[in-house]
Write a protein that binds this ligand. Structure first.
Ligand code: FAD
Length: 492
């Protein structure tokens, strides 16, 4: 697949987004997608898959393995969706989308292995940095997962997280809306629950920080039931936030987008890039999927895009009200992924992991994202939730200054002059609409959850938002693709 020069991602001499073509990572500008009057030939396959992210590609692989003909129609000029490699030169890459995998993410780990790819551990040696703006000693270091917060906040945090983990066990993974306390839990935001069950500011700030890191959203945005479902889906709260033994434990050698690039290779001409699906006509005889590159007829279609983007496709006849309204109620998170490149990972020489957490600043969570070869040294910071909403409308230069000043605050003056700065604001991506995932505010799981996976006649739904295990993650995307493929195979 062709490569494409990056646009706003940084000042590298060889800046490239991998796997791109004409339409590229920026996709089509909002409003420029032509309407239903798509021209071109009419092709026939067994199954059309909308979207070439991990969900769509996994579904297509399963269907082809069972001898079914497929067409994967992808809006962007590249595959991988919310995963995206950035080439650093010399064969090195870094991810500007989803990247980590960890224990119990069995589907993605197995697929990585099957595709002949390898993982390597996230750099996690030494001490983490904890910054607390109202403490006598603002900056402290620590090892392990628990920051050196005050005694009362640590006690409160332990009780609160224990409570969350045990409540999560009461949420059925495939039907969270059937939990005994579903109405009570979906009738409040996570913020309400946090305020009712904590009193110490520092504990509350640490909870909010974790919520931001997991959802790229604020505690007030999320339904308590949805957070509990998400915790159960990933195993435990600790699994979601931890590096060692958790979701951030490992990275994919060559970058996570390589999984999709390898899957795409096997598809050959069944994959069509730069083909946004604008309309799906469906009746008892089959489906007709209209794109800007022509029309495909099939027996079934799998729509593997986030719910909110699925709602932007026209359907004829219209979708049932419940499904249509669901797509109006699953907003995408807000995140800007920021990377600063240095000659070497200087913080390692100071005995630091590169991981920092802070109660202030644009970037409040950081990681060492250096390639396994050890150079260049890369600090990764996330601007998440409210901060992403604020900083997203400021200039790139202002954001760069804020991010670098945060890095200096955490890691010292060595961070002041990066060789390069790269950033990716996922809310600006036409074909993602935000990240890490579509989340649910109060009332959505309870009243609309049934419509999340239930097929509408010949239309099946995939995408990480529809997963029961590791929903929101790459692993969940793959699970959803396999599940949708199984539904279709059974129906065929
Ligand atoms: P997508 O990747 O969104 O795929 C959907 C595809 O459909 C896209 O390619 C899109 O272009 C296409 N599409 C949309 N509309 C149309 C249309 N109308 N017609 C045709 N095509 C269309 N997950 C992890 O597991 N670990 C992490 O560390 C992690 N970190 C993340 C960090 C960031 C910054 C981001 C952005 C995401 C992160 N995630 C992480 C989440 C992870 O990337 C996603 O869960 C996963 O990639 C979703 O895959 P998907 O196939 O469900 O959806």
């Amino acid at each position: 697949m062709a490569e494409r020069r990056g646009d706003r991602e940084g000042g590298l001499t060889r800046r490239r987004l991998i796997g791109g073509a004409a339409a590229g990572a920026a996709g089509y500008a909002a409003g420029t997608v032509p309407g239903a009057a798509a021209a071109g030939r009419r092709r026939k396959v067994d199954v059309v898959v909308v979207g070439a992210g991990l969900a769509g590609l996994s579904a297509a692989r399963r269907l082809r393995a069972k001898g079914r003909s497929v067409a994967v129609l992808e809006a962007r000029g590249r595959v991988g969706g919310r995963t995206l490699n950035f080439e650093l030169g010399g064969g090195k890459v870094v991810e500007i989308g989803g990247q980590w995998v960890g224990p119990t993410q069995d589907r993605v780990l197995k697929l990585i292995d099957k595709l002949g790819l390898k993982t390597f551990p996230t750099y996690n040696s030494g001490e983490n940095v904890y910054y607390r703006s109202d403490a006598a000693q603002k900056l402290t270091t620590y090892t392990g997962a628990i920051p050196p917060a005050s005694g009362p906040s640590l006690v409160e945090l332990a009780v609160f997280l224990g409570k969350l983990n045990s409540m999560a066990q009461e949420v059925p993974l495939d039907r969270p809306w059937d939990a005994a306390k579903a109405e009570e839990w979906d009738g409040q935001t996570f913020e309400t629950f946090k305020l009712a069950n904590t009193t110490v500011d520092e504990a509350r700030d640490l909870i909010d920080l974790s919520i931001g890191a997991i959802f790229a959203a604020e505690s007030r945005d999320l339904s308590l039931l949805y957070v509990l479902f998400y915790i159960r889906s990933g195993g435990s709260f600790d699994n979601l936030i931890n590096v060692a033994g958790g979701a951030q434990e490992s990275r994919v050698l060559g970058g996570s987008q390589k999984i999709s690039l390898r899957l795409a290779k096997g598809l050959g001409r069944s994959l069509v890039l730069g083909a946004p699906v604008v309309r799906i006509d469906h009746d008892r005889g089959g489906v007709e999927v209209l794109t800007t590159k022509g029309t495909w007829r099939a027996k079934r279609v799998i729509v593997s895009v986030p719910p909110t983007l699925a709602g932007q496709i026209h359907y004829k006849p219209e979708l049932p009200a419940l499904r249509s309204q669901l797509t109006q109620r699953v907003p995408m998170g807000s995140v800007i992924k920021c990377l600063a490149l240095y000659d070497r990972p200087f913080w390692r020489e100071d005995g630091l992991t590169g991981q920092a957490t802070s109660d202030i600043g644009a970037t409040r969570v950081t990681f060492d994202n250096t390639p396994p070869s050890g150079t260049p040294g890369i600090l990764l910071g996330f601007i998440e939730g409210r901060q992403a909403r604020i900083w997203g409308s400021r200039s790139r230069n202002a954001r760069r200054a804020a991010v670098i000043s945060d890095f200096v605050r955490y890691f010292g003056s060595g961070a002041a002059h990066p060789r390069h700065y790269i950033e990716k604001s996922w809310a600006e991506e036409r074909w993602s609409g935000g990240c890490y995932e579509g989340y649910m505010p109060p009332g959505v799981l309870l009243d609309y959850g049934e419509a999340l996976r239930r097929p509408v006649q010949r239309i099946h739904w995939a995408g990480t938002e529809t997963a029961t295990l590791w929903a929101g993650y790459m692993d969940g995307a793959i699970q959803s693709g396999y599940r949708a493929a199984a539904e279709v195979l059974e129906a065929l």
